[in-house]
Unconditional design. Sequence first.
Length: 283
Amino acid sequence: MATKLSEVIFGTFPQLRYQPTAKRVRAMVGGNAVVDTVYALLVWEPKRVTPIFAVPEVDLQAELTLPALQAGDVAEHGFRMGQDGPPALDPRTGFGRHTTSGEELDVVTSEVRLPRAAFRPTDPDLAGYVALDFKAFDWLEDDEEIIGHPRDPFHRVDIRASSLAVDVRLDDVTLATTNGAQLLYETMLPVRYYIPPADVRLDLMEASPKKTVCPYKGTASYWTYPQSENGKNIAWMYDPRFRDAAQIHGLVSFFNERVDITVDGVRQERPVTPWSVALSESP
């Protein structure tokens, strides 16, 4: 029988997963490297969609100590990958919500203590490694900054130009119409339609203070359509941080989950994703 690969991937969500990376990985605090290694692992705790770095303890230029403070509550934000997908945790769920057994530790340097920024899993396949809280450090892969979370080697972003007619509406109001969209295909996510600003009714929208980051596409700025209760932070544009996403720089995209998109005369079904309601993470 043939195997649908997405079902294989979804089937691993309940498991602790890891993958070695050949990249030089550095975690920085105040401009100083706390770790500098070419032996990092990408680790996905059970139910996690995005990975974290685990590094050899011998490469850690800091002390690991028992936590000085009592653990606070870390909210869990769950969702399903599609209507029939497995339960998962979206990236708003903080590092401290661990779904595998292990020991939380403080990371202590000569200048700073980072509370519970390390986690030592008990799994024997990860013996000698500690996972680090991505948000507690500044990160470099080789000599390039990475943001948001480590890049997943099994996750792709492909961008293709299209001349199909794309129409975006909310509450029967046209917010964009174009024949010059760039279509962004991203693993396990719906197609995103990036539209030239000249084809978007930005005069109907207001700039939002909201910002999000994506490790593949950069930092996003948002717009709100104030005439609809469903129009908050409905559209975004990425900065030119990453060359990988140059085709969408300066273009506007909308949440398929919360607007009505018609492509070549065919109304698109609203997908079910973590962004079906307004969240704090990037699309």
